[in-house]
Design a binder for this molecule. Structure first.
Ligand code: AVI
Length: 323
């Protein structure tokens, strides 16, 4: 356990103090992912109600060959840089296709979790010993800085899957895409997975699943603050609420206070009041249509080539090339 001074100096404590002082209150969803949060997210990805992972897996299963054709490779070597690689289940399908074509593959998975990266590296090396794997432990923010510094002679394919972009607001998303575009050389490709706008009921079920796993995921943020920051949130006094605005395509998650309560933040000595039914906004999961995709990629120097879609038409992987 850290000392109170050490806690006060963490980004987490600063962000929580600031976020709980705002009106409406908010805490970034990036804080969902501690060890427990990672485990719960693995469960979410296997839920019947959470269609995103299955839909994108189907795209890679059925279209890996077409994706590789569309890369229009200029040599027999390719470098894949994946942001937020996780267990790389979908990427394995792409690597398989490239490997079967006799191409030399260098795979650079980037993830915040060193242990996840270790498992992923062993898995790829076991199935494809001919592939060079160079894992990089970093957050998205740091990854963008690192990308500028990675020298390379070969054509690159950047991957950002799972609709992870949707957890950023539109300004952050544009900045992020711009950062990637600036790390790309001419003819490098960018494949990005984005969840589509669809029947609001399907989306609401994905973020308020019948097994209560997403609720656990959201409430774990309170437990994490208790564990790491020494707060004493009582999770039974909060409810997970998910909303979806079909006009903007924005799904949002909240922790709503069931009664008026006060929470002590030990590192700054402040007491935060939550009124009955007051909310803490914890996550955005943006859903996309063509207009939004165009907006985010405008003025990035990236040209849209193609998209690949699952059979339910729920999810798309868009392929861009740097001009
Ligand atoms: C990681 N991210 C794309 C997930 C999503 O769908 O926004 C996180 C998640 N939140 C609730 N369920 C899953």
């Amino acid at each position: 356990m850290k000392t109170i001074e050490e806690i006060a100096n963490t980004r987490f404590a600063k962000d929580v103090e600031r976020g709980l002082s705002l009106n409406p209150k908010r805490i970034s969803s990036k804080y969902f992912y501690d060890k427990k949060g990672d485990e719960i997210f693995q469960k979410i990805m296997r839920l019947d109600d959470y269609y995103l992972t299955r839909a994108e897996f189907e795209i890679f299963l059925n279209h890996s060959s077409a994706i590789v054709d569309s890369l229009e490779l200029k040599s027999n070597q390719i470098e894949i840089i994946e942001l937020g690689a996780g267990d790389a289940t979908k990427t394995l399908l792409l690597i398989k296709e490239l490997s079967e074509r006799g191409l030399t593959v260098i795979y650079k998975p980037i993830d915040i979790s060193a242990s996840v990266l270790q498992t992923t590296t062993s898995k790829i090396s076991k199935h494809f010993p001919e592939v060079t794997v160079e894992p990089i432990t970093a957050s998205y923010e740091d990854a963008l800085g690192l990308l500028q510094k990675i020298p390379s002679q070969s054509q690159k394919l950047f991957l950002f899957l799972g609709s992870n972009l949707g957890n950023l607001n539109s300004e952050e998303a544009h900045e992020f895409v711009l950062g990637i575009a600036q790390s790309m050389a001419k003819d490098d490709c960018f494949l990005i997975g984005l969840d589509k706008m669809k029947n609001p009921e399907v989306i609401l079920r994905a973020y308020n699943d019948s097994e209560g796993v997403t609720s656990e995921f959201n409430l774990n943020l309170l437990d994490r603050m208790n564990r790491e920051l020494g707060t004493s949130f009582d999770r039974s006094l909060f409810k997970h609420i998910a909303t979806y605005d079909p006009g903007t395509g924005t799904a949002k998650s909240f922790l709503v206070s069931k009664k008026r309560q006060s929470v002590h933040l030990p590192w700054c000595g402040r007491d935060i009041i939550l009124e009955k039914f007051e909310s803490i906004h914890t996550e955005i999961s943006q859903k996309y249509n063509e207009v939004l995709v165009e907006e985010i990629f405008a003025h990035t120097g990236l040209k849209r080539m193609k998209y690949f879609e699952d059979s339910n038409e729920y999810f798309r992987d868009y392929l861009f090339v740097k001009q």
